[in-house]
Design a protein around this ligand. Structure first.
Ligand SMILES: [Zn+2]
Length: 198
């Protein structure tokens, strides 16, 4: 069938990720949070830049590498100034960048992730909150947040997970995951009954 309306969402983090790593102060694995402070070390013609994390229990700090022994010329002036002024914006950008954590080989604490769905399409038909037969919902998880896809789908549709599974079984919705693109596609193939109102 053809789809009448395409509605796009993005899953966006609301806070910097917390990380789990061994803490020298606590002597065990602990949670560290983003301090929104950078440390810049310019040594001759090489620059090192770190983002500083801090143990939530004992305040011990741990640095995650942004640049290691880089030539100053290879760093954008604008970004360099943001490091020096401890730009909160830039700290959030790194603090929610899954690849940055992967590069530093640290574990993100996905159990405490705060996120929201941002609707990309603005519709002015007065029924923005209602989904109908013929709707195609595209949810992008471009920040690569580790959230189960059935959780995302049930939250978007505002139904319980078991209700969502039943809707799938009854052919009301059709859910496909495009893992490589980090997208979830929900097709509404049948009109929702009154008690299904979402
Ligand atoms: Zn600690």
């Amino acid at each position: 069938m053809s789809y009448l309306r395409k509605i796009e969402y993005r899953v966006i983090p609301e806070e910097s990720f917390e990380i789990l790593r061994n803490c020298a102060g606590c002597g065990c694995k602990a949670t560290f949070h983003n301090t929104n402070s950078f440390r810049v070390n310019a040594n001759g013609n090489k620059v090192d830049v770190w983002l500083i994390y801090q143990c939530v229990r004992c305040k011990h700090t741990s640095n995650l590498t942004i640049y290691e022994r880089r030539s100053p010329k290879s760093i954008l002036q604008d970004e360099y100034e943001k490091f020096l002024s401890n730009s909160k914006e830039l700290a959030f950008e790194y603090g929610t960048n899954s690849q940055f954590f992967a590069r530093n080989r640290v574990e993100v604490d996905w159990s405490h992730i705060k996120y929201a769905f941002k609707r990309e399409t603005s519709l002015m038909d007065g029924n923005e909150q209602l989904f109908h037969k013929g709707d195609l919902l595209v949810i992008s998880n471009s920040y690569l947040l580790k959230i189960r896809s059935d959780k995302i789908v049930s939250e978007i549709l505002n139904v319980t997970r078991s209700k969502m599974k039943e809707m799938e079984r009854l052919g009301i919705i059709n859910v496909t995951e495009k893992k490589q693109e980090h997208k979830i596609i929900i097709k509404l193939d049948r009109e929702l009954c009154n008690e299904d109102t979402i």
